[in-house]
Design a protein around this ligand. Structure first.
Ligand code: ATP
Ligand code: MG
Length: 421
């Protein structure tokens, strides 16, 4: 679990702002479910035989003897909240969330025990149009952040019926190689053989090369849904690859599944993952409601933004107020407040010191302008304003005009000698 330090939070806020704007663009509305839920919720939704439920959850018994769990993901909470508050009652809902998730896995680069996910869930729409819009959303978000290295992979798991038939066929096939499978895959073979397809172990992958393919078991409706999704992606110009091995690590997925992956993050290359989960709402006690969504790992996204993203403009300090003497300090505080009323970010020099020292602090603050107040300035009721980023010109500006002057100057790029000449 990591501290996110002040040097990093500006980037987090930048990314979160773009996420929120993109959600507005597609009509998603924010939901903030609690971090703690009844353990039962995750067992019933994610599935008992998954990595998450088997070994990754932070679960404990509270003072009432109830088993509770720090959320390892938020789809289950969105669905629970949707049912509980009637958000899905005779209507549809587009929800989004962002926040911490908890999984007790082996920490490594790009994989943490408290990490953050952003996710969207479209509840109530059965068609490939909703699946396709998720990809348009993701593509636009990456574009808005300047991230280019991610590629979309899609697959379909078909209906429950085709998947059940396939599961039997796959189990029969893999059982013949039982002794050659890795230990995890052997364990999964009985209860959740589709998960074996996900294996990264070389020997197991060799065995999988000749395994039966899900495509052979798909019914006409599943094909039609998948083809229509592809039509949409072609129509809006989103490139993708069909990856028949793509199965998701949670049990609730049906039909469309997908991942946005990159090669730039080493082993932890999945940035965004999701799919359709038409059975989950009913499974958690609601009326049958089709649903589709994704979750995106913020830490991995941030890595990519740092590597390849657009330059980020951060809300740094705009003005540093340097003042010398008791009266000048009070005037400085008054002028700083006037500037802040105009939305300007201001740092005031604290703890005295001579002008030389104060201007060093001004430089280190990253401020664009220093406002200098000493005896002369007080006498003339006009501040000296120094452009710290341009050619360092110093101008005298009457106190009464200072806030308007600075607000106007901040709209302009720093003056260079060539421009001011
Ligand atoms: P992986 O195969 O990497 O374990 P997953 O299938 O468990 O991923 P999901 O549960 O689908 O992942 O979560 C969606 C996204 O959340 C992932 O694609 C990834 O970007 C991010 N994510 C998942 N687990 C972690 C973690 N422990 N630390 C950081 N990010 C994570
Ligand atoms: Mg995982």
């Amino acid at each position: 679990m990591n501290d996110i330090l002040p040097d990093q939070t500006a980037l987090w806020r930048h990314v979160e702002r773009i996420i929120a704007d993109t959600c507005d663009a597609y009509g998603y509305r924010e939901i903030r479910p609690p971090l703690l839920e009844r353990t039962e919720l995750f067992k019933r939704s994610i599935g008992e035989q998954t990595d998450i439920v088997e070994k990754e959850m932070y679960t404990f018994v509270d003072n009432n003897g109830e088993s509770v769990t720090l959320r390892p993901e938020a789809t289950a909470s969105c669905v629970r909240a949707g049912i509980e508050h009637g958000l899905l009652h005779n209507r549809q809902a587009k929800l989004w969330y962002v926040g911490p998730m908890f999984r007790h896995e082996k920490p490594q680069k790009g994989r943490y025990r408290q990490f953050h996910q952003f996710g969207i869930e479209a509840l109530g729409w059965p068609g490939p149009d909703a699946d396709a819009e998720l990809q348009m959303f993701a593509a636009r978000l990456f574009e808005n952040l300047g991230v280019r290295s991610v590629k979309l992979e899609i697959n379909t798991l078909g209906s429950n019926a085709c998947r059940a038939a396939y599961r039997d066929a796959l189990r029969d096939y893999l059982s013949r190689y039982r002794d050659d499978l890795d230990e995890d895959s052997r364990r999964r073979l009985e209860r959740n053989p589709l998960r074996v397809l996900d294996s990264k172990i070389e020997t197991t992958r060799k065995i999988l090369a000749d395994a039966p393919r899900l495509t052979a078991f798909l019914d006409a409706d599943s094909f039609a849904h998948f083809d229509r999704l592809r039509d949409y992606l072609d129509a809006v110009g989103i490139e993708y690859a069909v990856n028949e091995r793509l199965v998701r690590g949670l049990d609730y997925y049906t039909s469309t599944v997908f991942e946005w992956v990159t090669e730039r993050l080493g082993a932890q290359g999945a940035v965004c993952a999701g799919g359709r989960y038409d059975g989950l709402v009913e499974q958690l006690g609601g009326r049958p409601t089709p649903a589709t969504g994704f979750a995106l790992g913020i830490e991995r996204l941030l890595e990519l933004v740092l590597m390849e993203g657009r330059d980020v403009t951060l809300d740094d300090c705009d003005v540093f107020v340097a003042s010398l003497g008791d009266s000048a300090e009070l005037a400085g505080a008054r002028l700083a407040e006037a500037l802040r009323s105009r939305g300007v970010n201001v740092l005031c020099n604290f703890g005295g010191g001579g002008f030389k020292k104060q201007l060093k602090r001004a430089d280190a603050s990253g401020a664009r302008f220093a406002v200098i107040l000493g005896d002369d300035e007080l006498a003339g009721q006009a501040a000296s304003v120094k452009d710290l980023r341009g050619d360092g010109v110093q101008t005298s500006v009457p106190f009464a005009e200072l806030d308007a002057h600075i607000a106007r100057e901040l709209q302009r790029p720093p003056a260079t000698s060539a421009v001011s000449a």
